[in-house]
Design a binder for this molecule. Structure first.
Ligand SMILES: NC(=O)c1ccc[n+]([C@@H]2O[C@H](COP(=O)([O-])OP(=O)(O)OC[C@H]3O[C@@H](n4cnc5c(N)ncnc54)[C@H](OP(=O)(O)O)[C@@H]3O)[C@@H](O)[C@H]2O)c1
Length: 284
């Protein structure tokens, strides 16, 4: 029931109409009978600062933040907490009595996904495709799970180098950058053979784009983890499954980052099963 005590939560992005967060966040809120509603807001870039000011004016309790604002919101916040300071991107804003605090739950989301699927990366080599915000969250999660070294493969080499420098400085990880175009060349094949986990943190797959890996070179025990999700499986995960390679897509991370945000907004542990079922109602 909506009363005068009901407070607003939401997700901001541009565009936002495909966001699945309202679906599973509202299911969890109503399951626990909490006095919140969660809506999606399409915010034009020119309105971002005013949207955050409105959070204070309307006492909006919290926002999730998605593409393209995860870094752009930072100048308008009062403080960053936890992983947001390291990852330098915010996907959750909590309004604490008019102070806007930025958090990053993407890293924790992937960390928990790896944990829940029992992906053991301790002391292993990881191959990471991509070097944007999701890739940074992935580096954090892999480091937290004890990975030994990371090979970064990104279309724009310079961005890959920036990510590698950041990961070395923050986590003292062994990181090497491999050129995107060299993905299949003979000298880079040992990387694929030795990888314990391959994480796709590019946006490839979102619109059904294939990623052609040297499949026949991969270790039979490798895990393929896609941060991307879409209706049905992503092409990468579909191909992995076809080949009998253990894999999962970004729905798990979506759920886990949402569960962590839910806790930050409400102080209550998220009912994961309820959220998962809500996602199932609308097949991805
Ligand atoms: N499951 C979840 O909860 C979750 C959470 C966060 C993000 N994600 C997903 O992760 C993906 C990446 O998000 P992001 O925030 O990291 O975006 P981003 O910062 O814009 O980075 C995009 C990455 O994809 C690469 N890329 C884009 N188009 C490409 C192409 N045609 N060929 C090769 N590489 C290409 C970019 O390479 P360049 O550097 O060369 O441009 C960059 O590495 C999105 O699909 C997003 O939905 C999922």
């Amino acid at each position: 029931m909506i009363t005068a005590q009901t407070r607003l939560l939401g997700v901001i992005g541009y565009p936002i109409e495909h966001s699945l967060s309202p679906l599973f966040q509202n299911a969890a809120l109503s399951y626990l009978g909490l006095p919140f509603v969660y809506l999606a807001f399409d915010i034009l870039p020119s309105n971002l600062e005013r949207a955050l000011e409105a959070m204070r004016i309307f006492s909006i309790r919290g926002f999730n933040v998605t593409i393209p604002y995860k870094e752009k919101v930072i100048p308008f916040l009062d403080a960053l907490e936890g992983e947001a300071r390291v990852i330098e991107a915010v996907n959750t804003i909590v309004n604490e009595k008019g102070k806007l605090i930025g958090y990053n739950t993407d890293g924790v989301g992937l960390y928990r996904s790896l944990e829940r699927k029992e992906v053991n990366v301790e002391g292993k080599k990881a191959l990471l495709l991509g070097a944007g915000g999701a890739a940074k969250a992935a580096v954090w999660a892999l480091w937290k799970r004890g990975v030994k070294s990371i090979f970064v493969i990104n279309r724009t080499r310079e961005r890959g180098e920036d990510l590698a420098n950041w990961a070395r400085a923050e986590f003292f990880l062994e990181v090497e950058v491999v050129e995107w175009g060299k993905m299949k060349e003979q000298d880079s094949l040992p990387l694929w053979q030795e990888a314990g986990v391959i994480v796709n943190a590019t946006s490839l797959g979102l619109k059904g784009e294939e990623i052609s890996l040297p499949w026949e070179k991969l270790s039979p025990s490798v895990w393929i983890v896609d941060v991307v999700y879409r209706r049905g499986l992503t092409p990468l995960v579909r191909e992995a499954k076809k080949r009998g390679i253990q894999s999962f897509d970004g729905k798990e991370m979506l759920l886990q980052q949402g569960a962590e945000s839910f806790f930050l907004f409400t102080g209550e542990k998220a009912p994961l099963k309820v959220m998962e079922e809500a996602l199932d109602w609308k097949p991805l």
